[in-house]
Design a protein around this ligand. Structure first.
Ligand code: C2E
Ligand code: CA
Ligand code: CA
Length: 729
C-alpha cells in the first residue's frame, strides 16, 4: 500500500475548478468530465472557499489571476482551514515566471500548469496529485493503525508484565512448594522459596542441577513418570515422604503436571505440606493402639504383635514367652494415696518394665494393674525366668511418687510357646493361671505355667468369689499366738492372727485370703471385725481372772489410711470394755506405710487413745531409720527372716545386734518373730532380746487352746512356756 500507484483512479473523484472566466471553464470542465471526474465550478475565490468546505473535492484547480480574492490568497485560506487543508491545489496561471512558481508553492499549492496548457499535461498532473493524495491518505491511515497497534501492544506488554509479575509473586510466595524441571534433561529450571524451605536446599545451588544428583530428591528424578507426564500431560498425585530441612520427616501431597513454556517441556511439581494432617492421623492411630496412661501398646496392639511373633517363632522353630505381671497391693496404693499417685505408680512401673526388656520384646498394659510382656525368640526357657526375676527386682525398689514413698511388688506368671499354648489366647490364659499361682505362693514371685496350676488358678478365682460374705457367715476365726518375755518366760502379749474356715476347703491362711480381701475391698470390714473380736476375747480372759496381757492386732495399710481407724479402735475398746493399754496395733512397714504427716497424725491420735503401737516385720520394708525416732512407737518386731538366717549368716547376726541396739537407744521394746529353735532363742537371749514369739513357744492356736496356755502359765508361774519344747513346730 505504500507504493505510489500513478494509475490509481477512483471512479468518483471530484475536482473543483475555480476561474473567473466562464469561457475557460467550459472547455476544461468538458474535458475532465470526459475523463470521468465529477467537476464542480466556482467563479471566484470566495465561492471556491465555500464550495471546497462543503463539497470536500479531491483536488482544486485554481486560477491565479482573479478579481477579489486572487488564487494565492484563496489557496492560503484553503490551507488554513482544517476542513480543506488536505485538498491538493494546482494553480493555473498564464504567468510562467519563477516568482509566481515560488509564490504558488509558498501559498500551499502542490503544482501549477501554465496557460494555455496542454490538456494531456493537465490530466497527468491531476492524476499524479490525486494518486499522491490517495497514497498519503492511505499512509496516514496505515500510520494511525500502526500507532494504534503499537499502543495496543504496549498495553498488552504492560499487562503481560503485570501478569508475569503476579505469576512471579505467586511463585515466590506460594504456600505450596513449586519445583520446575526441564522434562528432557531433568535439570532444575526453578524452585520457589517454599520448596527450598521445605527441602532445606540452598537457593542458588539448585538451578541448573540435574535433579537425580541432589540428595533426597529422588522422588522428582523418576524419569519414567516424567516421560509419561510429558506425553500424556496428565496430572499425577501422590503422597510422599521427604527429608525436611531439620532432618525430620516431611509428608507431602505431590502433584506433578507438565507444561510447555517457550517451546520447552517442563515438569512442574507442586508440594503441599501435609505433615500436620499425617501427624494427626498418626496420633489417632497411636491412641487407638496404645494405653493412654503409660504409652505402652494396648491389648489390640499387643495381640497383633504377639501373633506376628508367634508366626515368626513357628517358621524359625524358635521359642517365645508370655509374662503376665500383676502388681501386689496396688489397690492399697490407689486407696491410700489416691488415684493420681496410683496413676503415677503405673507409669513408673511401665518405665521400669521397659528397662528390663530388649527392643524385640513387647510390654503392654492390659488394664488396671495388669501388664503383659511378650519375649521374642528366647533362646532357652530359663531366659523367661531371668527376665521375670529382673522385673521383680526392678519393682522391688521403692517408688518415690511426688515425695510419697510406696513399696510394691509383682506376681508374675509365665507361659511358653509352643508348649503351653499355640495361640495368643491360650498363652495368655496359661500365663494368667501361672500368675494366680504366683499370687497364691505369697506374691513377689514368678511362676511358670504347669498343667497342675490349672486347678489352683481356678481355686484362686473361686476363693476370690467365696470371700464375699464370709465375714457375715461367720467363717473367720482368730488364732492366737503368745509372745514370751525371755527373762521369766511369762506370756506378755498375744498376737491375733486371722483364719478363714472355708466351708469346702477348710482352714485357709491369711497370706492367701488377705490379698483377696484387699483386692475385693473387704479389708476394712474384716479388719474391724478382728479388732472387735480380739478386744472382746482379751476382755473375756481378763474377766475370767487371768493376769491381763496385751492383745496385738495386725492392721493393713488400707485400714490405717482409708478407714477411720481411730474411731474403729475406740469402738472396739468400748464395745469390749477393754482398757486401751491392753491393746496393741501392729503396723507393717513392708506395705505402703510412709513417712508422711498423715501417718504421724493418725499414729498420734491412736497413741492419745492409749493403745500401743508396734512396727511389724522390721527390716524388710523401707527401713528408713529416720521415722523410727519420729513415730510414736512402743515396739519393733524383728522379722522372721533375720531370726532364721542369724545362725548361718554372720552379717545377719550383726544386723540383729544393731536392731536391738537401736531399739534400746530409742527406748523401744523389741520382739523377735519366728523363733523356732532353742538355738535361735539362745542366740537372741545372748544379745539381750527382751521377748520372742514363734513355734518354739507355740503356734497360733484357737482361743480355747490359748486359754489353756494362759491358765498353765498362771498355774506354773514364770518360765513354764519358755522351757516348752517345740512339739508343734
Ligand atoms: P505376721 O503379722 O508377720 O504374722 C506372723 C506370721 O508368722 C503368722 O502367719 C504366724 O503364723 C507365722 N509364724 C509365727 N511363728 C512362726 C514361726 O516360728 N515360724 C514360722 N515359719 N512362722 C511363724 P500367719 O498367721 O499365716 O499370718 C500371715 C500374715 O497375715 C501375718 O504376718 C499378717 O501380716 C497377716 N495377718 C494375719 N492376721 C491378720 C489380720 O487380722 N489383719 C491383717 N491386716 N493382717 C493379718
Ligand atoms: Ca504381725
Ligand atoms: Ca510379722
Amino acid at each position: 500500500m505504500s507504493n505510489l500507484d500513478l494509475s490509481f483512479r477512483s471512479a468518483n473523484e471530484t475536482i473543483l475548478i475555480v476561474d473567473d472566466n466562464p469561457v475557460n471553464l467550459g472547455v476544461v470542465v468538458g474535458r475532465l468530465e470526459q475523463q470521468g471526474y465529477d467537476v464542480l465550478v466556482a467563479l471566484g475565490g470566495e465561492e471556491a472557499l465555500t464550495r471546497a468546505e462543503f463539497a470536500s473535492p479531491d483536488l482544486v484547480l485554481l486560477d491565479v489571476m482573479m478579481p477579489g480574492l486572487d488564487g494565492f490568497e484563496t489557496c492560503r485560506r484553503l490551507k488554513a482551514n482544517p476542513l480543506t487543508t488536505h485538498i491538493p491545489v494546482i494553480f493555473m496561471t498564464a504567468l510562467g515566471d519563477l516568482r509566481d512558481k515560488v509564490a504558488a508553492f509558498e501559498a500551499g499549492g502542490v503544482d501549477y500548469v501554465s496557460k494555455p496548457f496542454h490538456f494531456e499535461e493537465l490530466l497527468a498532473r491531476i492524476a499524479t496529485h490525486l494518486a499522491l493524495k490517495a497514497a498519503r491518505q492511505s499512509l496516514a491511515l496505515q500510520n494511525s493503525l500502526l500507532t494504534q497497534e503499537i499502543a495496543a501492544r504496549a498495553e498488552a506488554e504492560a499487562k503481560l508484565r503485570v501478569s508475569e509479575q503476579s505469576y512471579r509473586r505467586l511463585f515466590e510466595t506460594a504456600g505450596d512448594g513449586i519445583l520446575l524441571l526441564d522434562a528432557d534433561s531433568g535439570t532444575v529450571v526453578d524452585a520457589n522459596p517454599r520448596f527450598l524451605a521445605m527441602t532445606g536446599q540452598p537457593r542458588g545451588a539448585l538451578r541448573g542441577q540435574a535433579i537425580e544428583a541432589l540428595p533426597g530428591m529422588s522422588v522428582f528424578a523418576d524419569a519414567a513418570s516424567m516421560a509419561e507426564l510429558r506425553h500424556s500431560g496428565t496430572l499425577r498425585r501422590d503422597e510422599v515422604t521427604l527429608a525436611a530441612a531439620d532432618g525430620s520427616e516431611l509428608f507431602v501431597d505431590l502433584i506433578a503436571s507438565s507444561c510447555e513454556v517457550a517451546g520447552r517441556s517442563l515438569a512442574q511439581y507442586n508440594l503441599r505440606d501435609i505433615t500436620d494432617r499425617k501427624q494427626a492421623e498418626a496420633h489417632i492411630r497411636y491412641l487407638a493402639l496404645h494405653d493412654a496412661l503409660t504409652g505402652l501398646p494396648n491389648r489390640t496392639m499387643f495381640f497383633e504383635r504377639l501373633s506376628a511373633e508367634l508366626a515368626r517363632a513357628r517358621r524359625s522353630g524358635g521359642a517365645s514367652a508370655l509374662l503376665v505381671i500383676d502388681l501386689d497391693h496396688f489397690k492399697q496404693v490407689n486407696d491410700c494415696l489416691g488415684h493420681l499417685v496410683g496413676d503415677q505408680l503405673l507409669q513408673e512401673v511401665s518405665a521400669r518394665l521397659l528397662q528390663c526388656l530388649r527392643a524385640a520384646d513387647t510390654a503392654a498394659r492390659l488394664g488396671g494393674d495388669e501388664f503383659v510382656v511378650a519375649l521374642a525368640d528366647i533362646g532357652t526357657r530359663e531366659r523367661a525366668d531371668e527376665v521375670a526375676a529382673r522385673i521383680l527386682e526392678a519393682l522391688g525398689a521403692p517408688f518415690d511418687l511426688d515425695g510419697q514413698v510406696a513399696h510394691i511388688s509383682g506376681s508374675i506368671g509365665i507361659s511358653l510357646f509352643p508348649e503351653d499354648g499355640d495361640s495368643p489366647r491360650a498363652l495368655l490364659q496359661a500365663a494368667d493361671t501361672a500368675m494366680y499361682g504366683a499370687k497364691k505362693g505369697g506374691r513377689n514371685t514368678c511362676v511358670r505355667y504347669t498343667h497342675q496350676l490349672d486347678v489352683p488358678g481356678e481355686r484362686w478365682r473361686t476363693l476370690s468369689q467365696d470371700v464375699h460374705g464370709a465375714c457375715g457367715r461367720g467363717e473367720f476365726e482368730i488364732y492366737y499366738q503368745p509372745q514370751i518375755d525371755l527373762e521369766d518366760g511369762r506370756v506378755v502379749g498375744i498376737e491375733s492372727l486371722i483364719r478363714w474356715n472355708h466351708p469346702r476347703e477348710g482352714l485357709i491362711s491369711p497370706t492367701v485370703f488377705i490379698p483377696l480381701l484387699e483386692e475385693r475391698g473387704l479389708m476394712l470390714e474384716v479388719g474391724s471385725w478382728v479388732l472387735h473380736e480380739a478386744c472382746r476375747q482379751n476382755a473375756a480372759w481378763q474377766r475370767s481372772g487371768l493376769a491381763p496381757v496385751r492383745i496385738a492386732v495386725n492392721l493393713s495399710a488400707q485400714q490405717f489410711y482409708r478407714g477411720d481407724i481411730v474411731r474403729t479402735v475406740r469402738a472396739a475398746l468400748a464395745g469390749a470394755a477393754l482398757e486401751p493399754c491392753w491393746l496393741e496395733l501392729e503396723l507393717t512397714e513392708s506395705l505402703t506405710l510412709d513417712d508422711s504427716e498423715a501417718t504421724l497424725r493418725i499414729m498420734n491420735e491412736l497413741k492419745e487413745i492409749g493403745v500401743a503401737l508396734s512396727l511389724d516385720d522390721f527390716g524388710t520394708g523401707w527401713s528408713s531409720l529416720g521415722y523410727l525416732s519420729r513415730f510414736p512407737l512402743d515396739r519393733i518386731k524383728i522379722d522372721r527372716s533375720f531370726v532364721r538366717d542369724m545362725g548361718s549368716h554372720e552379717g545377719t547376726a550383726a544386723i540383729v545386734s544393731s536392731i536391738l541396739d537401736l531399739a534400746r537407744t530409742l527406748g523401744l521394746d523389741c520382739i523377735a518373730e519366728g523363733v523356732e529353735t532353742e538355738e535361735q532363742r539362745d542366740r537372741l537371749r545372748s544379745k539381750d532380746c527382751p521377748s520372742m514369739q514363734g513355734f518354739l513357744f507355740s503356734e497360733p492356736v484357737p482361743a480355747a487352746e490359748m486359754l489353756c496356755i494362759l491358765e498353765r502359765g498362771a498355774r506354773t508361774g514364770p518360765g513354764a512356756i519358755a522351757a516348752a519344747s517345740p512339739e508343734r513346730a
